[in-house]
Design a protein around this ligand. Structure first.
Ligand code: NDP
Ligand code: MG
Length: 390
């Protein structure tokens, strides 16, 4: 039996992961499940899968979790430290599906105990790429991509020589506002931004898809995971979300990965890798689809996308600053303090402030420094929002 842990088990990726695990319960020994506010879901899944441990991120919810799991024999704990400890428990395979930079420290713990880390949490590589890759190497741990585009690139690289790669092309659906008149974007509501044309995902990544902050994170994730240069990465808008990524080789060949937009593809690939097993996903019928469309992204519509290359040019802790500023700007948008288009402006202003801050640009990449810059960048966004309101 393989020992598995799911971090962020109550979320969209976490639930899809549990769906796959629950289909073959005899194959898995569930070490730990972690969640946040959704105590009932966490308790139900921990009981159903016979998990050893269930952890909520919220300390004040420990009593609720204990009551929900009374008599089950499942151990309970709460708080971010308890989540990191859960990730450190020996397991063969750990799903990293917490949303945001909160996923970084537990992911590092999982790598330190030598687990294979299935990485849905793209923030991990954006905030601390070199630190994470070095930790994996030092502990003989493996990172497998779960973001659909990166899983697709990974699959298109099987058996190939990375030196023969000319370019990596990741696709973007264009999100909720791809066909909106540009002048309406400033008035887009949280509800409108929270509805994705093709994928069913958590609210935050869905809004990030509408702004393309999500694609910006994915571009940086591509650079970190596959060690390609920023100039080798391209983004194309592909409204059908059937082709997830393509790898172009030096002989001109392009290998594309296609599949229905269902995250169980990429999760299942990482779960069963290096094998391929049956997955309960829709099979493609290209004759029914008839045609697939591609166009270049309009950077006036998606200013956040361009910032990815600015961040990669800066290097070091710029990824952490970028991600934290993006997360905080998104908090303010969801709280209706700022408009949809204000988010990219606020993040760009924070990157400028980072440039002007002595010592930060060249600071060493340690977990401590990543967390410090994360905190600072959030504060800078708050300053910008207060300034605007004032
Ligand atoms: P969700 O918002 O659906 O789920 C997030 C999970 O993290 C939940 O279990 C939530 O608990 C938990 N959580 C929230 N805040 C914290 C915290 N501070 N500490 C610990 N746990 C916390 O997100 P998604 O599943 O959509 O996304 C998860 C990650 O995967 C993100 O990094 C996202 O970018 C990435 N990803 C997601 C895709 C998708 O299809 N959804 C596709 C590709 C990547 P609770 O809900 O109980 O409060
Ligand atoms: Mg993706």
């Amino acid at each position: 039996m393989r020992k598995v842990t799911v971090l962020g088990a109550t979320g969209s990726i976490g639930q899809n992961t549990i769906d796959l695990i629950a289909r073959a319960p005899d194959d898995y020994d569930v070490v730990a499940l972690t969640g946040g506010a959704n105590i009932q879901q966490l308790a139900d899944d921990a009981r159903r899968l016979g998990a050893n441990l269930a952890v909520t991120a919220h300390e004040e919810k420990l009593d609720d979790l204990s009551s929900a799991l009374a008599g089950s024999g499942v151990e309970v704990a709460a708080g971010s430290r308890a989540i990191a400890e859960a990730a450190a428990r020996p397991a063969d395979w750990v799903m990293s599906a917490i949303v945001g930079s909160a996923g970084l420290a537990p992911g590092i713990e999982a790598l330190k105990q030598g687990a294979t880390l299935a990485l849905a949490n793209k923030e991990t590589l954006v905030c601390a790429g070199s630190l994470v890759l070095e930790t994996a190497k030092a502990h003989n741990a493996r990172l497998l991509p779960v973001d659909s585009e990166h899983s697709a690139v990974f699959q298109a690289l099987v058996g190939e020589d990375i030196d023969a790669v000319e370019r990596v092309i990741i696709t973007a659906s264009g999100g909720a506002f791809r066909d909106w008149p540009l002048e309406d974007l400033a008035n887009a509501t949280v509800e409108q931004a929270s509805s994705h044309p093709n994928w069913d995902m958590g609210q935050r990544i869905t809004i990030d898809s509408a702004s393309m902050f999500n694609k910006a994170l994915e571009v940086i994730e591509t650079k970190e995971y596959f060690s390609v240069s920023p100039t080798q990465i391209e983004v194309v808008v592909h409204p059908e979300s059937i082709v997830h990524a393509m790898v172009g080789y030096r002989d001109g060949a392009v290998i594309a990965h296609l599949g229905a937009p269902d995250m169980r593809h990429a999760i299942g690939y990482a779960l069963h890798w290096p094998q391929r097993r049956n997955l309960p996903v829709e099979r493609l019928d290209l004759t029914k689809l008839g045609q697939l469309n591609f166009k270049s992204p309009d950077l006036t519509r998606y200013p956040a996308l361009k910032l990815a290359w600015d961040v990669m040019d800066r290097g070091g802790l710029a990824g952490s600053v970028f991600n934290a500023a993006k997360e905080r700007a998104l908090d303010h948008f969801i709280a209706r303090h700022i408009s949809f288009t204000d988010m990219a402006d606020a993040v760009a202003a924070v990157l400028d402030r980072f440039d002007a801050s002595d010592g930060l640009i060249d600071a060493e990449m340690t977990l401590d420094n990543v967390q410090k810059t994360d905190h600072l960048a959030r504060q800078w966004v708050d300053d910008t929002v207060v300034e605007r309101a004032g």
